[in-house]
Design a protein around this ligand. Structure first.
Ligand code: SF4
Length: 260
């Protein structure tokens, strides 16, 4: 990468273990960094926000720059419940289903609006601007054990043969531990993500009851607004209310078996 030192260097940071390890090593190895971009969905765990603040402090101390946090102007819940639909086909479809012309509802496998609107479009737009204006190089934190995701940017972790478990260790060794988030969850993106496994949701209820309460509220609103169709369905076979009943019943079973 030495031949690239004259170019503008942008780092795309999700805030997870891979991109954090990449940024920490880029700083340590004296690699040029001109900007660090991160997209904030507004629905990250509090521990993730604390991690980003800590990383921001370290970046500023080492390189004199702050994280550039990109946000959708209205945010997750506005997109989910309030965005006015405008395309004729969409309006006709809503009318046929008897569904309100506002909001996108819960993200689904076929319409995963959240990733694009709240993350990838924001980052891609800024990266493309930097590439156009400054011939920027974009660094992406993909680990060496997920090479299928590699496209045409720079992937230092792949070049350095650093795997996902190694990336996490690199962060831990340097005092970045997300307040233990990775000890609880397999993934640390939006706490309200409907694509989480049931086991992760069970942990969310246990370890973050305040976020679980917000999720229950969001889902009640989705069911009331969109009804029993993919927009109003959190998971194909489960509302959050039903999951609450299931988890509560499991808790009662545990008490029956282990009453001490
Ligand atoms: S983590 Fe889930 S809810 Fe958040 S942007 Fe990604 S897919 Fe959407």
């Amino acid at each position: 990468m030495n031949g690239d030192t004259e170019r503008f260097h942008a780092v795309s940071l999700s805030g997870g273990k891979d991109s954090t390890a990449m940024l920490l090593l880029m700083i340590e190895r004296g690699m040029p960094i001109d900007t660090v971009l991160t997209a904030d969905t507004g629905m990250e765990f509090p521990e993730m926000y604390a991690h980003l603040d800590k990383l921001d402090g370290y970046l500023y101390a080492e390189r004199g720059i702050h994280l550039t946090r990109l946000r959708h102007p209205h945010g997750y819940e506005w997109l989910m419940f309030e965005e006015p639909k405008q395309k004729t086909a969409s309006l006709e479809n809503r009318q046929a289903l008897g569904v309100t012309p506002f909001g996108n509802g819960w993200p689904g496998v076929k319409v995963r609006w959240c990733t694009g609107e709240l993350k990838t479009h924001l980052i891609a737009k800024e990266v493309n601007r930097l590439k156009g204006e400054y011939n920027a190089i974009n660094y992406v934190g993909i680990a060496a054990d997920e090479p299928s995701r590699v496209k045409d940017d720079k992937y230092p972790l792949v070049d350095w043969h650093i795997t996902e478990p190694e990336a996490l260790k690199i962060c831990y060794d340097r005092g970045f531990d997300w307040g233990g988030l990775y000890e609880i969850y397999h993934r640390c993106s939006c706490w309200c993500c409907p694509f989480q496994r049931i086991a992760e949701l069970r942990r969310l209820r246990h370890y973050h009851p305040e976020l679980w309460a917000r999720l229950l509220e969001m889902d009640r609103r989705a069911v009331a607004q969109f009804g029993d169709n993919p927009l109003g369905r959190f998971k194909e076979n489960w509302t959050v209310e039903e999951l609450e009943e299931r988890f509560a019943a499991e808790d009662r079973q545990i008490v029956l078996f282990y009453p001490w």
